[in-house]
Design a protein around this ligand. Sequence first.
Ligand code: ARG
Length: 469
Amino acid sequence: MKASKGRFAGSLHPEALAFSSSLAVDRRLFEEDIDGSLAHVAMLARQSVISAAEAGKIRKALEDIRQEIRRGRLPALQRPGFTGRFAGDDIHMAIEARLIEKVGKAGGRLHTARSRNDQIALDERLYIRTAGGMLIERIRDLQRALLAQAVRNRSVIMPGYTHLQHAQPLLLAHHLLAHVAMLDRDRGRAMDCLRRSSRSPLGAGALAGTSFPIDRKFVARRLGFPGIVENSIDAVSDRDALVEFVAACAVTMMHLSRLGEELVLWSSHEWGFVEIGDAFATGSSIMPQKKNPDIAELVRGKTGRVYGDLVALLTVLKGLPLAYNRDMQEDKEPLFDAADTTLASLRVTSLLVSSLEFHPDRFEEELRSDFSTATDFADYLVRKGLPFRSAHAAVGGLVRRCVESGRSFGDLSLKDLKKCSPLFTSDAVELLKPRRGIALKRSSGSTSPREVALALRRWEKRLAGPAAR
Ligand code: ARG
């Protein structure tokens, strides 16, 4: 069939086509694009906008094209589209050109009551639904990997840090569960984003709607969306669903980078708190002794990329007048990159976490030589009647004298404690053991063994069910 040139007498300059074509990027939306077209064509036939016979032909050809593309045969770029110019413009044009090639003129009816503007908006929401589902799954997998380590190491103690200085003794399980809790909110953000984005923009047309008797809700239902994006201008103008999705990725990566950073520190010679499994560490090309935490470092590094994706997307949208503008075509690379990077980072971090061997002896060694039980001593004096500020000063003085004389809390006797305050009696000696301070905690959500055991049980229950709560 010879395509008519329509509005244009000449063809697009090859460099202009290369510059403006998004096919290399949006070709990965072909499944979504065909799913959307199938729903659209079913609706057109049901509303008698096109005949059942034409719809059948189009449906069959679309399924064939799906198989062709799955087998790696994307419609040729140089093939003329319906205007004779734009077949290589994007995935929508490429599929439509192939459709017309296969079924002839009737293929040209598919685009009745539709524009690429509502078409791409739909494809992207379908993509987000799939990628978002995977995001939710993978976050949960990582939560489970962390939880398994917490259960396995439930009685291990460690120095807790603030300002990267020893602060108070903790149960390692409590620390790991902090990461689990942060990831749970990431999962919530992903679900929240899906709740809002799962609406069909199709039927908005270019921006004004259409004069054909279409049924937008039918299309939405057919695609498994609970409803439509009501306002037709909104439906083709906004990309906030993408922004929310990429933002959810960015926050998740921020959390992964903090976990990654801890693993980099903890696996170093100075810390020696944890051994990364050989399968997730690398050697050096020159230094034979090296075992490097590259995977954790890369996750930390890739976080910057995903932040970049979010800023790129927000910046593309900033100041755009309604409705569609071609600038918006630039939304896909950051979307795909954020999804790919975050999903891969989550997967490898789960495997990395499962490979970890913690070193309880090293944690305890650190706790023997520090002053991280100081708060427990101050609390002791408070229970004996001293105002907290006075207790703080008394114990602070004790620490200073220890530092000056090169001793740690482990070297102190009851006599030394009594010199600090006459309120100390023999039971205070117990507080020199970091486990004692941990056991004394009683506030909800604290590091006390009782609270941590409850939390472990709660997380086990919560993470046992299906990924979406
Ligand atoms: N490839 C385009 C994009 O991703 C599809 C929409 C094109 N619409 C248009 N009016 N040129 O934004």
